[in-house]
Design a protein around this ligand. Structure first.
Ligand code: HEM
Length: 543
């Protein structure tokens, strides 16, 4: 006979497991509906902020962003909906973008500690550009920055300028010889100009930042240059996502830096999709080995440097080590590990950015022959009388200054950076909940019609001699951003770009490589030419 108790128990257990499944399904469905519809359309405090349509319910405007040229769609949205723009991404995720100086001042200057770079961004930057100024925040950042600022002073940059010229003239000689040995030198030759600029700027940053001679223009096998190139070749969006996943595994970052992991990195390459991680580990180890050698040389040199000795080495690393050696007492000191990370930071933050800035400048000059001719008219006589202009002489070339600033405005090497709201607060009259991501849309601000007028997207250096009334000195040009995290290498980069452009333009003509050429910008962190920017280069006839 069937036991009624068993029957009831079976019925209940069937009912309850079905009930549990149904309850879970209902909860997931509610969560999805809440995330994809209720929140973005009806509940979010940001819902009334202007912006493009919410887009596809699952991925928002994600596809529009990835399909557009880096920064381009953000410029369009800023000019259409600005100065406050809300953008919805995958799964109803909202991001805010601001053009108004007051809003930018709050995020980047007055409340900067509460709007840090988001954690995921710091982790990725740490792996690709060192755990240093780019990844620290709050008090730690303040102290590190204070220790490093003097090495980037105008006095030091003035003392460094002469170091630029060996790589610059090295580049001019290589291009000149290649043109002269081509079948018809009068028509010039097409070069992948980004590749060459990248070598010259690597040689410059290694000399000025570490006093280290890479000479990658003539010697592509240099240990540091080779390891670093392997590292930057990894900088694609899919790889950055892979690294972000790996380093978010607790302990993986520490493991990555060990000798054991270096020795066994080939195991990673055996797992489908993980071989970039193996290359990353190898490159980082090689860079760290060279960085340790540089540091120990600087440390032994610094012990023999008398206080106030201005004739000794002026590269940034030497100055940091000298300052650390002089430091006495309990104050903040950069540790050896910090110093080694700075090598990757200076390379990661200072090399590709400057190389890309230069490549875009030459492109804009190639597309605007009258600007190029006017610039040549300014720089040629000055270079003829002074082949290695110093900091002050470069500063006095006014049209050169306007060309560089205009290029950095129209095609900023870093088109966007990100902050995260660490508190809930009103920005520009809209309540922004804690955790909201904020796009610091550099290219949108730089091309915002509200500041720059209707021709904001045009390359027109003359505008720098008569800036519009709506121009704000700190917040209308965000190429180096603003506030405590603003680029420490700003003046260094601008001075270097001026030196390179002045010498190149005095000696060489630049034209598009073919009719109808357009640029192919690609951006992981830095916006650089995907096709290495082919340009036709001819020799300037000297009268
Ligand atoms: C045209 C060239 C350059 C551009 C466009 C550029 C742009 C930027 C931008 C936009 C930031 C802010 C990133 C953020 O906050 O998320 C930044 C920060 C930084 N840059 Fe540059 N940079 C250039 C050259 C350099 C050079 C030559 C160096 C050093 C040798 C350098 C070192 C740094 C460092 C260390 C930071 C972090 C500053 C901090 O957070 O305190 N940069 N740069």
């Amino acid at each position: 006979m069937v036991n009624p108790q068993v029957l009831v128990h079976e019925a209940l257990s069937k009912f309850s497991s079905r009930y549990v499944v149904l309850a879970i399904a209902a909860y997931v469905a509610y969560k999805l509906i809440h995330r994809l519809f209720l929140w973005p359309y009806l509940l979010s405090p940001l819902r009334s902020a202007p912006g493009p349509p919410l887009g596809n319910p699952l991925i928002g405007q994600f596809l529009t962003v990835v399909r557009s040229k880096p920064g381009a769609i953000f410029i369009e949205w800023a000019n259409e909906h600005g100065p406050t723009v809300r953008i919805v991404g995958p799964f109803g995720n909202e991001k805010m973008m601001y053009m108004n100086p007051e809003a930018l001042h709050k995020i980047l200057v007055s409340d900067w500690i509460e709007y840090p770079r988001p954690e995921f961004m710091r982790r990725v930057l740490g792996v690709t550009a060192g755990f240093g100024l780019l990844t620290t925040t709050g008090d730690e950042h303040r102290q590190m920055r204070k220790a490093m600022n003097p090495a980037f002073s105008i006095a030091n940059l003035t003392a460094q300028t002469d170091m630029y010229y060996e790589p610059i003239y090295g580049l001019v000689d290589i291009l000149r010889q290649e043109i002269q040995s081509s079948p018809d030198p009068s028509t010039g030759k097409v070069f992948h100009i980004y590749e060459w600029l990248s070598k010259a700027t690597l040689d410059i940053i290694c000399l000025t930042a570490f006093g280290y001679r890479t000479d990658s223009l003539h010697n592509p096998d240099n240990e540091l240059a080779d390891a670093y190139h392997k590292l930057i070749e990894l900088q694609s969006m899919p790889n950055l996502v892979l690294f972000e996943i790996l380093i978010s595994i607790p302990g993986f970052l520490q493991l990555m830096k060990t000798k054991w992991m270096y020795d066994h990195r080939s195991w990673l390459a055996l797992i489908k999709g993980l071989s970039p991680a193996s290359t990353l580990i190898a490159s980082m180890r090689r860079i760290n080995t060279v960085a340790s050698q540089i540091l120990s040389e600087k440390t032994s040199e610094a012990s023999g440097v008398a206080p106030g000795d201005t004739a000794s080495k002026r590269d940034i690393m030497s100055l940091l080590v000298q300052a650390r050696t002089r430091e006495v007492g309990e104050g903040y000191r950069l540790s050896d590990a910090d110093m080694i990370e700075q090598v990757l930071t200076f390379l990661g933050a200072g090399h590709e950015t400057t190389a890309s800035g230069l490549a875009w400048t030459l492109w804009l000059l190639a597309k605007h022959p009258s600007v190029q001719a006017k610039l040549r008219a300014e720089v040629s006589p000055l270079i003829a009388s002074n082949a290695r202009p110093d900091f002050r002489a470069l500063k006095q070339m006014e049209y050169l200054d306007a060309v560089i600033m205009e290029s950095l405005r129209v095609l900023p090497p870093v088109p966007m950076t990100i902050r995260e709201a660490g508190k809930s607060d009103y920005i520009d009259g809209v309540f922004v909940p804690k955790g909201t991501l904020i796009y610091i849309a550099i290219s949108s601000v730089n091309s915002y019609k509200g500041f720059w007028g209707d021709d904001a997207e045009e390359f027109w250096p003359e505008r720098w001699f008569d800036l519009p009334k709506t121009y704000n000195q700190h917040f209308s040009l965000l190429t180096f951003i603003a506030g405590p995290h603003h680029c420490i290498g700003r003046t260094m980069a601008i001075t270097e770009m001026k030196a390179v452009v002045a010498i190149l333009i005095a000696n060489l003509h630049f034209e598009p490589a073919y009719d109808g050429q357009t640029i192919q910008p690609t951006a992981a962190v830095t916006m650089k030419p995907d096709d290495n920017l082919p340009l036709r280069v001819r020799l300037v006839e000297k009268s």
